[in-house]
Design a binder for this molecule. Structure first.
Ligand code: MIG
Length: 715
């Protein structure tokens, strides 16, 4: 990385901002709000301008003044009508976070914009702003000790990282929260305590998913589903994009293409699929259309500065937009999901919620538009609420879906969101392009989402815009099965882009790739559980393997799944690796070292990796056979664990789950594998357990059952 070029660029940009009028304000207040968590308030701070926080779970309690030992100092400036918060960093500190925006994993020497933007093909503003905003950085010092900085406001900001970190806001003076910890992992856990964690998703939502803009008519949807089963390519979800609607009217079904949605959903369910259907925020202006009529009656639409209902054009033509700052809108919107979900819809896709408006200034609504607020949220302009429009929308969607189906875990996918929004929805990185650069970029994008509190993300496999070549698709599907959210998707202009659309060879590549994901489900699901408990990302940067090893800090060609696997894509060159005896593993008989597509998967030394059989969908998932793949450490030991439950519903909250621990020890020439339950009311009971120990001389194999230690004699 060329630091000098990046640095001088930053200095230039910084001077532009603070060159003219530069007033330094003394910070008026620093208070501790948690164990080594401090809030800094500028002198001109006026709580009514930025609070209540839409990032934090709760307004934090003040716990007294900061001790002298407190390290990171925030200073506040205002210049050229901007409010700026600045934190000095030394030149060896690596900076991460700031959400999905493109660029390398470390954010040093860059400027990012925090302004949610519909960015088709990632061309607007060189993709320095995309669909979501995370005014947050995670900073790792040379010695590995770490801190995080959250600019607690929703206005448009620039985030520049040079000799210092600067949040340069268009809005009023704002508070800054700094978290200080011994490790980067602990900073993320503290961020999750402040901003929330994901709810445990349904198991099916971590299966493979197939989408396009759009599958229609209904017969085409069935044909896609049939082909997956016929060809024995595992898949859990088929997606319905906007063409299912009656002329883009949300919460309706096209009488021509989807006259019987329930029948389509029943069909999908019968073959072990779930269905996800799109809902946009824009509501067609049309008297007699029940959504428009009921919303108008309840007076839920965003207003213009003259306090008239604001109109903007989206897919259906003139539209009105729900004002999700109002409690009555949340209630009305949530209620709409009842009949919709009753058709057997399993999950909801909220798109265009930046909000994207075809004829609005900058592709959205005027900043002077008015949101009415309520229930603690003040009435204010779109400038204040723009970046949280999507986040407020998905909170309302999630509530409504849960009300409609109280016994099921809601699944919502959103394009737009804000820091903390991981509580309500998973996400994908929007309209990327079918290009090599975008395939490679998808790794640091999902990694930085994870380092910003959102663990459940992935990019469109195959790329959205432009036609994907067979070669690129092969590479993309082979990598994309390791995204936490793994979905293939493509634009309406492109020809078919299913796993079988590129000929026999690539079909086989896709089958192998997707089967690998299904083998890993016990491990992946355990990672999602962990994330729901402590906010740790599912997909993790390599430096998490050894946060003190500064060589790993910029590596973003390879990444980790959890703590125990490193995924090495085929194109990765001159990669850095953490210390230890990491070993290549094979999941479905593939030889990834010599395969042209499948990334090599490396298993940590001292680890027991739980694997299931390959299932065509999670509808038939079981752990009747559990495989333990073991890489012993130099002392002949290894450990591992698995979380499992029904995969759906909330019984797990009442004990219907299990955490099972695995332990391998070598005594004399014998490896003994013990399995014990650590938590929960479930048992593995009568399950076949297959043990594979990877050694230099090949794989040692044994079979056994739960509660009976398994012994293997080392030759
Ligand atoms: O203006 O619903 O990012 O995934 O297929 C495009 C159609 C609207 C944008 C989403 C894309 C989706 C498309 N949507």
């Amino acid at each position: 990385m060329n630091c000098n070029i990046k640095k001088s660029f930053i200095i230039g940009v910084t001077l532009m901002f603070i060159g003219v009028a530069n007033f330094l304000f003394a910070q008026s207040k620093v208070v501790m709000i948690g164990d080594s968590v401090a809030a800094y308030y500028p002198e001109s701070f006026d709580a009514s301008q930025t609070l209540p926080s839409l990032a934090l779970l709760n307004e934090p309690k003040e716990l007294g003044a900061a001790p002298d030992s407190w390290k990171e100092k925030v200073s506040f400036y205002s210049a050229d009508k901007k409010n700026i918060a600045k934190i000095k960093i030394d030149q060896h500190t690596n900076v991460y976070g700031s959400g999905e925006v493109t660029g390398s994993l470390d954010r040093n020497g860059t400027v990012r914009k925090l302004w949610n933007t519909d960015n088709y093909g990632y061309v607007v503003d060189h993709a320095l702003r995309l669909y979501q905003s995370h005014p947050w950085v995670l900073c790792v010092r040379e010695d590995g000790s770490s801190f995080g900085v959250l600019a607690d406001n929703t206005y448009r900001q620039e985030l520049s990282v040079g000799d210092d970190i600067q949040f340069i806001s268009d809005g009023p003076a704002f508070r800054v929260i700094v978290i200080e910890r011994q490790t980067p992992q602990k900073v993320l856990q503290a961020l999750a305590d402040l901003t929330g964690k994901i709810e445990l998703p349904p198991l099916w939502s971590i299966g493979f998913q197939q989408c396009r803009f759009s599958y229609y008519p209904d017969a085409r949807v069935k044909e896609i589903a049939d082909t997956f089963r016929l060809k024995k390519i595992p898949c859990d979800v088929i997606w319905m994009d906007i063409h299912y609607m009656n002329d883009y009217r949300i919460f309706t079904f096209s009488p021509k293409y989807f006259p019987r949605p329930k029948e389509v959903n029943d069909y999908l369910h019968a073959y072990g699929f779930k269905s996800i259907w799109m809902i946009d925020p824009g509501v067609k202006v049309e008297k007699g259309y029940f959504i428009y009529d009921s919303g108008t009656k309840e007076d839920v639409w965003v207003k213009n500065e003259k306090r008239e209902t604001y109109l903007g054009k989206v897919w259906p033509g003139d539209c009105v937009f729900p004002d999700f700052t109002q409690p009555k809108t949340v209630k009305w919107w949530g209620g709409l999901y009842k009949d919709f979900m009753a058709t057997g819809v399993d999950g909801v896709w909220n798109d265009m919620n930046e909000p994207a408006i075809f004829d609005g200034p900058g592709g959205t609504m005027p900043l002077s538009n008015i949101h009415a607020g309520g229930d603690g949220l003040p009435s204010s302009t779109h400038a204040r609420y723009h970046n949280v429009y999507g986040r407020l929308m998905v909170e309302a969607s999630r509530k409504g879906i849960l009300n409609a189906n109280p016994d099921k875990r809601p699944f919502v996918l959103t394009r737009s969101n804000f820091i903390g929004g991981q509580r309500f929805a998973a996400t994908w990185t929007g309209d990327n392009r079918a290009e090599w650069a975008h395939l490679k970029m998808s790794i640091p994008m999902s990694l930085n989402l994870g380092l910003s509190g959102q663990p459940f993300s992935g990019s469109d496999i195959g790329g959205f815009q432009k036609k994907c070549s067979a070669e690129l698709y092969g590479q993309w599907i082979a990598l994309g099965v390791f995204y936490p959210f793994s979905r293939a998707h493509t634009d309406k202009w492109n020809s078919s882009q299913e796993p079988w659309s590129f000929g026999q060879k690539i079909e086989e590549v896709a089958r192998t790739a997707i089967s690998r994901r299904y083998r890993l489900l016990p491990y992946l699901y355990t990672l999602f559980y962990e994330s729901s408990k402590n906010g740790m990302p599912v997909m993790r940067p390599l430096f998490f393997a050894d946060f003190k090893d500064t060589k790993l800090r910029e590596e973003d060609q390879v990444f980790m799944l959890g703590n125990d696997l490193i995924i090495v894509p085929k194109w990765a060159k001159n990669i850095k690796m953490p210390k230890g005896n990491w070993r290549s593993i094979s999941l479905v008989g593939e030889d990834s070292k010599n395969d042209a597509y499948q990334p090599d998967i490396q298993l940590r030394e001292g680890t027991i990796l739980p694997l299931s059989n390959v299932f065509q969908s999670t509808a038939t998932y079981s752990l009747d056979t559990l495989t333990l793949l073991i890489n012993l450490d130099t002392l002949g030991k290894a450990t591992g664990e698995i979380y499992y439950d029904k995969g759906e519903g909330f019984d797990y909250k009442n004990g219907d789950y299990a955490i099972i621990k695995f332990k391998a020890e070598t005594k004399n020439n014998k490896v003994i594998i013990a399995i014990s339950k650590a938590e929960g009311n479930r048992n593995l009971e009568n399950k076949l357990i297959i043990v594979n120990i990877i050694t230099d001389k090949g794989i040692l194999k044994a079979k056994g059952k739960e509660n009976i230690p398994i012994e293997i004699i080392k030759p």
